[in-house]
Design a protein around this ligand. Structure first.
Ligand code: CP
Ligand code: NVA
Length: 330
C-alpha cells in the first residue's frame, strides 16, 4: 500500500526549501516504494483523472519524459506546452496563462528561465507547481540524486559529495541545498569566477550544521575530492548561457572529472560513485560535443562501473511520480 504524508497534499516545489528536511526525504522514500512497486509489475491509479500541464520554455529529455510516464503510469494525463505553440509569455501574460491553466489542470510542471515565472505560475494558478529547472535551481533533479545516493549507500548522512564544475548553476545550487538538508557533507569545487552566491552558501552552511554536516567551497579539485563518496559534475555551459561558452571552457578546463581525480578520493573501488544530471559531454558522439571539443567528464569515468548516471536518470521518473502522487493522490 502506497502512502504519502497528508502534509504534502497540494504542495508546490519551486525550491527544496519549500519542503522541510523530513518532507524532502519522505518524497525520496515514496519514490523508492513506487519504484519497487513498478518493478513488481504494478501500475496504479493514484493519479486517476488528474491532468498535469508541462510548461516548457527550454528543451528536455529526462524531465519531460519522466513527468509524462509518471502521470500515465498512475492513470493521469499530461499536456506538453511550449512557447512556440502556446501564447504563454508571448501574447498572454504568465499571470493570465496561470489562471487559465489552473482552471483546467490539477498541477503544472514548469521548466524555464526565471524563477519568478515559476513563482507567478504558483501564485495565480491555484494548483501545485513543480520546478523542472530554472536558471536558478533544479530541485526535482536533486530528489532523484538523493534517491540514487540512498540506493548506492543505504545511509547517506555523513557521506561526502564533491561537485566539480560551474559552481553557480542551477544544479550546483540545488545540490548544495539538498545535501545540507539531508545531512550530507558537500564541497562545491569551482573557479573563483563561478562561485555560488554568498547568501545561498551561508544558508546551506546553516542548514547543514543543523543536520550535523558541512558545506564548503574551494577551487582546488585535487584537495576537494579527498575522502569523497560522490563526484558530481554538470555541463560547463547551461541552457541559455551559450554566449558564455568560450569563457567557461577556459575557466573550467582544469576541472574535468577524470580517473586521476577519482583515484585521489581514496575511495575508488570501495565507496565512490560518479553522478551527472545529464545530458553530458563525455565523448564525440554529438554535434554539440564535437563543436565544443571539451568534456566535463572523461568517457572512462562516465562509462565506469562506479558511474550511476543512468540510475540517476531513471530515478527522475520515480521521484517526479512521488511528487505528483504526494500532492494530488486522493
Ligand atoms: N537532467 C535533466 O533535467 O535532463 P533534461 O534536460 O533532459 O530534462
Ligand atoms: N545546468 C544544466 C542542467 C541540465 C539538466 C542546464 O541548465 O542546462
Amino acid at each position: 500500500m502506497i502512502k504519502s504524508p497528508t502534509a504534502l497534499k497540494n504542495r508546490s516545489l519551486l525550491s527544496l526549501n519549500d519542503f522541510s528536511d523530513e518532507e524532502m526525504m519522505c518524497v525520496v522514500d515514496l519514490a523508492i516504494a513506487l519504484k519497487k512497486r513498478r518493478a513488481e509489475g504494478v501500475r496504479g491509479d493514484l493519479l486517476r483523472r488528474k491532468n498535469i500541464a508541462l510548461v516548457f520554455e527550454k528543451g528536455s529529455t529526462r524531465t519531460r519524459c519522466s513527468a509524462t510516464v509518471a502521470a500515465l503510469d498512475e492513470g493521469g494525463g499530461v499536456e506538453y506546452l511550449t512557447r512556440s505553440d502556446t501564447h504563454f509569455g508571448v501574447k498572454e501574460s504568465v499571470k493570465d496563462t496561470a489562471r487559465v491553466l489552473g482552471r483546467i489542470f490539477d498541477g503544472i510542471l514548469f521548466r524555464g528561465y526565471a524563477q519568478k515565472t515559476a513563482e507567478q505560475l504558483k501564485q495565480y494558478s491555484g494548483v501545485p507547481v513543480w520546478n523542472g529547472l530554472t536558471d536558478e535551481s533544479h530541485p526535482t533533479q536533486i530528489l532523484a540524486d538523493l534517491m540514487t545516493m540512498k540506493e548506492a549507500f543505504g545511509e547517506i548522512r555523513g557521506k561526502k559529495v564533491v561537485y566539480i564544475g560551474d559552481g553557480r548553476n542551477n544544479v550546483a545550487n540545488s545540490l548544495m541545498l539538498g545535501c545540507a538538508k539531508a545531512g550530507v557533507n558537500f564541497f562545491n569545487c569551482t573557479p573563483r569566477e563561478l562561485l555560488p552566491s554568498r547568501n545561498m552558501v551561508e544558508e546551506s552552511i546553516h542548514l547543514a550544521a543543523l543536520n550535523g554536516s558541512t558545506v564548503e567551497v574551494g577551487s582546488d579539485p585535487a584537495a576537494a575530492v579527498e575522502g569523497a563518496n560522490v563526484i558530481y559534475t554538470d555541463v560547463w555551459v547551461s541552457m541559455g548561457e551559450e554566449t558564455k561558452k568560450e569563457e567557461r571552457l577556459r575557466l573550467l578546463a582544469p576541472y574535468q572529472v577524470n580517473m586521476e581525480l577519482a583515484e585521489r578520493t581514496g575511495n575508488l573501488g570501495k565507496d565512490l560513485i560518479f553522478m551527472h544530471c545529464l545530458p553530458a559531454f563525455h565523448d564525440n558522439e554529438t554535434e554539440a560535443s564535437r563543436e565544443t571539443g571539451a568534456q566535463e567528464v572523461t568517457d572512462e569515468v562516465f562509462e565506469s562501473s562506479f558511474s550511476k548516471v543512468f540510475d540517476e536518470a531513471e530515478n527522475r521518473m520515480h521521484t517526479i511520480k512521488a511528487l505528483f502522487v504526494s500532492a494530488l493522490a486522493e
